[in-house]
Design a protein around this ligand. Structure first.
Ligand SMILES: NC(=O)c1ccc[n+]([C@@H]2O[C@H](COP(=O)([O-])OP(=O)(O)OC[C@H]3O[C@@H](n4cnc5c(N)ncnc54)[C@H](OP(=O)(O)O)[C@@H]3O)[C@@H](O)[C@H]2O)c1
Length: 287
């Protein structure tokens, strides 16, 4: 039995479909089953919350493999999940981390992921670490300013990165969960096309047939304020500001060939992701 956390999220939605298609026995840890209504019917639902450790034992009963994804900052969710996994005798964890753990020095965003990796290593359960770079779905963070005035705030200017489609991360996770040979491996995952924010926005504009303006922000902090109009925990705001600053400095764009090597095909393109998500940008008021 495979237990999937984060099943209603960007990666988890795709992963449950991949595992369903492979015929795997699977269970989804969900806080609200209504949010999982469109996920494969065949998958069991277990109601639980990583923030409430007492809810986890029933969800982990009989589980031998775990896809672990924790949102936000800190390590409490990871510690709770790994304690439940140890108690249940889980044999393999596929853990969603971040490519930031490979940086020297590790930026704040990567430090939480690094600490989570250490908790899992210390448990002794065999693990596969998935360490992706920036997701294509981060473009959905631009919807509020597109809705407000048809523009995108660009905090990274000449900085380039190789965004990855969460569907590709899910495909790698599904492989690691269902085939032998992926334990004790670390996979750094990126797309294989390099973009500035302005180049990404141009592709969205071409896809929807409407020009979206790009406005460079004076400071990365300004972009963070737009992303969290109702405020964000200071530690998270600082970490994202630091992330934007690192992206601005990288004008080449960091990328790996890991997705292609593991899946035997090229990573999905940003144009493909835009085509699948065009409605959100065409009608941002409904997104
Ligand atoms: N975005 C990037 O560029 C990037 C890059 C590298 C790494 N990452 C990492 O990727 C992860 C996010 O992946 P994603 O985009 O697929 O996630 P996402 O779309 O933000 O979804 C988060 C998932 O976590 C679930 N969740 C939240 N709090 C929970 C709790 N207390 N108990 C149980 N489940 C809970 C949510 O369920 P509900 O339906 O109940 O809300 C949802 O399924 C984070 O660890 C992030 O640091 C992101």
């Amino acid at each position: 039995m495979i237990l999937v956390t984060g099943a209603t999220g960007n990666i988890g939605r795709e992963l449950t479909r991949e595992l369903d298609a492979k015929g795997a026995k699977l269970r989804l840890l969900v806080r609200d089953p209504a949010r999982a209504a469109r996920l494969p019917e065949r998958a069991e639902r277990a109601v639980g919350d990583l923030g409430e450790p007492a809810t986890l034992a029933p969800a982990f009963a009989g589980v031998d493999k775990l896809f672990l994804l924790t949102q936000g900052i800190g390590t409490d969710y990871t510690a709770a999940a790994i304690a439940a996994a140890q108690a249940a005798g889980v044999q393999h964890v596929v853990h969603l981390s971040s490519f930031h753990v490979t940086f020297d020095p590790i930026p704040a965003m990567g430090r939480w992921h690094h600490e989570r990796e250490q908790i899992i290593r210390a448990s002794g359960i065999p693990v596969t670490f998935l360490r992706p770079g920036g997701f294509m779905t981060n473009a959905l963070d631009w919807l509020p300013t597109i809705r407000e005035g048809n523009y995108v705030l660009d905090p990274v200017g000449p900085g380039r990165y190789a965004p990855i489609d969460p569907a590709d991360i899910a495909a790698v996770a599904a492989l690691a969960l269902t085939e032998a040979g992926h334990q004790d491996k670390e996979y750094v995952l990126t797309g294989d096309e390099m973009f500035t924010v302005a180049e990404q926005v141009r592709i969205i504009s071409e896809t929807i047939g409407r020009n979206i303006e790009v406005r460079e922000t004076a400071t990365a902090a300004e972009a963070v304020r737009f992303r969290f109009p109702n405020g964000a925990p200071q530690a998270l705001a600082d970490a994202i500001t630091e992330g934007f600053t690192l992206m601005r400095a990288d004008t080449v764009g960091f990328r790996t060939d890991t997705v292609g090597r593991l899946l035997g095909r090229r990573p999905r393109t940003f144009a493909d992701w835009c085509a699948r998500n065009a409605d959100a940008f065409r009608r941002p008021e409904n997104a």
